[in-house]
Design a protein around this ligand. Structure first.
Ligand SMILES: *Cc1c(COP(=O)(O)O)cnc(C)c1O
Length: 388
């Protein structure tokens, strides 16, 4: 029987569960995007977004996926042939590199085993070696959604400073923004890349860039072609609360509601909640006797957990069982880890009992799919979650 009762469990690491409050906010009639009501709303949204990114610099919003925001960061600040230092933390870093290469940039791509974050020492060494200052930007992924590893952005900033290198610093915060502590200004980031469908709890469709004064200066002389992604018309029309083209009005209603929710909960509480759910999930994984993909205890992500499949077992076959039997979607292995790992998303609009349900579905699914595991992962997580 195909009929499904109850709610679908959308436990992929984005798009995340969209709360009813946001869905209702988006269900309002679209208004004139050149009228006063729209202008008031967008100015409120820009202010709220700056608080989440922790910046006093401008933030621009595109009707786009995160990939668009990646491209915007590069084409606004760089020129053909510019060298960019990137680190292959996983699939998303690899995709961002592709965007850079397709735009004619020369990427120095530092390999890793997809099980750890960016090593600040390598960044420092690469920049110190670059005596001619050919590297124009360092671009990293804060939370690598394909591997479940978070990089230490503040440490990478310090590494750039130790090398006294003038490169711009760009950070993809797509699966960390509004889930894991992030500070654009304090960490000296020049361009922050984000989008709507992860910690911001919105449907897909909004991309964003937060832009430092140094990045704005670089934009004045950057020569990569751009039109749709050009910051300049965005920034000049945004000042009055407008866009240079038709904006995604209903997603902006949703964003306004999302920012309200984050403010009501308090960002510190949002981060603590994600940390706690990450820890509970890792206890469950250890309880099952399975291996975490993340090899760095201090780097394990608070927004998702990537779990390695025992040899000879296919992660996608397991995910299929979980979907068909329990109506729950888990994240797949992306790129070269396809079939080798699955990912549990625990970010966005989420609570203890949703996590308990998620982990129960995983534990039952392991049994049904014939994957060797030890019973008791769920109990270990519940004991942690139930502590005073
Ligand atoms: C989801 C994600 C992206 C890709 O965003 P799209 O909206 O699919 O273009 C990029 N980077 C990270 C870290 C992500 O998690």
């Amino acid at each position: 029987m195909d009929f499904k009762t109850g709610r679908h469990f959308l436990q992929i690491p984005g798009p995340t569960n969209v709360p009813d409050r946001i869905l209702r906010a988006m269900a309002k009639p679209t208004i004139d995007h050149r009228g006063p009501e729209f202008s008031r709303m967008t100015r409120e949204v820009f202010e709220g977004l700056k608080q989440v990114v922790r910046t006093t610099s401008p933030v621009v919003i595109y009707p786009s996926s995160g990939t668009g925001a990646w491209e915007a960061a590069l084409v606004n600040t760089l020129s053909p042939g510019d060298r960019v230092l990137m680190v292959e933390t996983g699939h998303f870093a690899t995709l961002w590199r592709g965007v850079a290469v397709h735009n004619g940039l020369d990427v120095d791509f530092v390999p890793t085993d997809w099980r750890r974050g960016v090593d600040p020492a390598i960044v420092e060494a690469k920049l110190s070696e670059d005596r001619e200052r050919k590297i124009k930007a360092v671009a990293i992924v804060h939370n690598e959604t394909s591997t479940g590893v978070t990089s230490r952005v503040a440490e990478v900033r310090k590494a750039i400073d130790r090398a006294s290198h003038p490169a711009l610093f760009m950070v993809d915060t797509i699966s960390s923004l509004a889930s894991i502590d992030y500070r654009h200004d304090e960490w000296g980031v020049d361009v922050t890349v984000g989008c709507s469908q992860k910690g911001l709890m919105l449907p897909p469709g909004l991309g964003l860039n937060a832009i430092s004064a140094k990045a704005l200066t670089a934009a004045k002389t950057a020569r990569l072609p751009k039109s749709y992604w050009d910051w300049e018309p965005m920034l000049s029309t945004n000042k009055a609360g407008f866009f240079p083209y038709t904006p995604p009005t209903n997603l902006l209603y949703g964003l306004r509601e999302s920012l309200k929710m984050l403010q009501e909960e308090g960002l510190e509480n949002v981060f603590a909640r994600h940390d706690r759910h990450g820890e509970a999930t890792r206890r469950a994984v250890r309880g099952w006797g399975l291996e975490l993909n993340c090899l760095q205890p201090e780097g394990c992500s608070s927004s998702l957990t990537a779990v390695l499949m025992p040899a000879g077992h296919d992660a996608d076959a397991f995910r299929k069982v979980v979907l068909e039997r329990f109506n729950m979607s888990l994240g797949n292995g992306l790129g070269k880890v396809q079939g080798k790992l699955f990912r549990i998303g625990h970010l966005g609009d989420f609570n203890d009992l949703m996590l308990a349900g998620t982990l129960s579905g995983v534990e039952m699914g392991l049994g049904l799919a014939g994957v060797p595991y030890t019973k008791g992962g769920v109990i270990a997580a519940l004991e942690y979650l139930g502590q005073k």
